[in-house]
Write a protein that binds this ligand. Structure first.
Ligand SMILES: [Cu+2]
Length: 87
């Protein structure tokens, strides 16, 4: 059975919580539907060093978790996906 993307993200974060994890949050005001959330989540999970991604469509806040978070790489990836991250 396929595990939905959102659950998989939660699972990853739970498993890795014991390690030295840092997180970074920023807003992406252009997000406006579930497609944006899926798209952004997939985009961010592909960025090296990122283990977990949480996206809140209502508040437009994104939280990424990982041990080597590179804000420049995140900015680039999100911009390439067509959004303007506020970070
Ligand atoms: Cu959308």
């Amino acid at each position: 059975m396929q595990v939905p993307e959102a659950q998989r993200t939660e699972l990853t974060m739970t498993i890795e919580q014991g390690d030295e994890m840092a997180d970074l949050s920023f807003r992406v005001p252009q997000m406006n539907c579930g497609h944006c959330v899926k798209n952004l989540t997939r985009t961010l999970r592909a960025v090296e060093g990122i283990a977990g991604v949480e996206v809140d469509l209502h508040t437009k806040w994104v939280v990424v978790t990982g041990d080597h978070i590179d804000s420049e790489a995140i900015r680039r990836a999100v911009s390439d996906a067509g959004y303007e991250p506020e970070l």
